[in-house]
Write a protein that binds this ligand. Structure first.
Ligand SMILES: N[C@@H](CCC(=O)N[C@@H](CS)C(=O)NCC(=O)O)C(=O)O
Length: 212
């Protein structure tokens, strides 16, 4: 399996963390979504990372990849680390994951508003519209994630939450702290417990109480 991803991508980081937590080896091959000559665009016509090459198949997006990694683990071990639930419990976990992916998609749109539009064409109301989605998401999460207790085996939602928090700190476009101050302690516990946390950090991210 080869993972096409870009180092700062929070979606790619989710996949790398998930593979590491499951003890799976995945070869990472850097992709540049901005480079028209990168064969990423042949592999995934959307030109987005992450994309996972499995034999002749190309899997995207991040949630499809997480589901596939989970299936691989489950068929070998008879249990699941990423989605340890069934029925409504599983649907709940997947909804929580969809919420974080949606919050990240909104954050990426904010990054692209700055990257792709000339300064005089940027629309602040659009940025605010996206930012509000992220703030509302954090307000809900605040009520649900009082403490991190899963040790070295976080589930998919916890992996996504840690990746999202570091992403917003890396891009500095969302101040999540006033909306979910309890997540600082949550991050301290997550970072301490999950061995692959430090090695998958976005390069150049500023330090924090849970980050070197
Ligand atoms: N919802 C997708 C989002 C993937 C995504 O937006 N990736 C960004 C990098 S973080 C990308 O490749 N952007 C390039 C583009 O939109 O053209 C997922 O979960 O995989």
């Amino acid at each position: 399996m080869i993972l096409r991803t870009a180092q700062p991508s929070p979606f790619g980081r989710m996949v790398r963390l998930a593979a590491a937590v499951q003890g799976m080896q995945i070869k990472v091959q850097t992709a540049d979504p901005n480079d028209p000559n990168d064969d990423l665009r042949q592999q995934n016509p959307l030109g987005k990372v992450p994309a996972l090459l499995v034999g002749d198949d190309v899997l995207y997006d991040s949630r499809v990849i997480l589901d596939y990694l989970d299936d691989c683990y489950r068929s070998e071990h008879g249990k699941s680390v990423l989605f340890p639930a069934a029925g409504i419990g599983l649907a709940r976990l997947k909804t929580q994951l969809a919420r974080i992916v949606g919050m990240l998609d909104a954050g990426i749109l904010i990054v692209y508003e700055g990257r792709f539009r000339p300064e005089n064409m940027r629309v602040e109301s659009f940025v605010e519209y996206q930012r509000d989605k992220v703030h509302r998401g954090f307000a809900q999460i605040k009520a649900e994630n009082a403490s991190y207790t899963n040790g070295a085996t976080p589930n998919a939602v916890e992996i996504a939450l840690a990746s999202a928090i570091d992403h917003y700190d890396f891009r500095k476009n969302i101040d999540w702290r006033p909306h979910a101050p309890n997540l600082e302690a949550w991050m301290v516990d997550f970072a301490k417990a999950v061995p692959s946390y430090a090695e998958t950090l976005p390069e150049g991210i500023e330090s924090a109480p849970w980050r070197p």
